[in-house]
Design a protein around this ligand. Sequence first.
Ligand SMILES: O=C(O)CCC(=O)C(=O)O
Length: 279
Amino acid sequence: MRWRELAAADVPAHDDAIGAIYDGRFDVVVVRAAFDAAVLGEVGRRLDSETFDPGWERPNQRMPPEDVQLLGTDAPATPTYRAPRGVSLEAYLAGAAAHDGRAAAMFGPGYDAVGEIRAVLARLAGGRPVALARAADGRGYAPFTIRRLADGTQIGLHHDNHYALDLYRELAPQLDTRTLVSFVATLRGPRAGGELVVYGARSDDPAVPRLAGGFAYDLPAVEAAYPSARFVTGAGDLFLLAAGRCLHRVERIVGPPSRVTMGGFLALDRAHERVLFWS
Ligand SMILES: O=C(O)CCC(=O)C(=O)O
């Protein structure tokens, strides 16, 4: 487990945090105050309401401890309890189109959330351009989602090496699929819990302990066998994580408040000339 933490003001010109994650020099890069904390914090506060529903999707509703609330698509680029093998590429693109702009709209007309995300990622991309992933017919992938984890919920131990899913049929051949990087910025932190916990256990290691049935990981056994690190982030902070390579989870939330984040995935293209992002 190797990580690096720095303030946005200290990010060197043409920093290549993304390349460093690909090369395995780091598994996690935390950039404090990468975004305007006041802007993100205000959106997080407004979204953290039991009376105002901006249109949350709840793809894990049937599994209450994992009941993440999502804005930006009804068909995320990951397995969910609603779609355990991920959705089809068609359903993914339809979900992205139907929800296009809904997450960004939460920031109001004065803040270009997608542009800000692209600009922040570009500072960590080694001088490479950063572009939204697009289908062969030009349709855009979802640029990011906003996620809310309320009291008692969590994101269980997993990795995001999902290139074999149908929804990656067009994208994976364009990418260096050695890993997949998560980018996540915090809008609002919970009272307790909600830390990102990252393990030395690798997604391609068949020896990582699993529960009977072979599907879910055995968390206590993983915790006993592998080193881990915990990351606490506040409004405006960003992390990049080698989510395709490292097992990770989000600790159970103690709220209120809820934990509200925005994020997605990114990868280098095959030629290492561009960074593509999607959610
Ligand atoms: O912190 C989040 O909102 C999601 C964390 C996660 O599991 C990921 O980015 O892969």
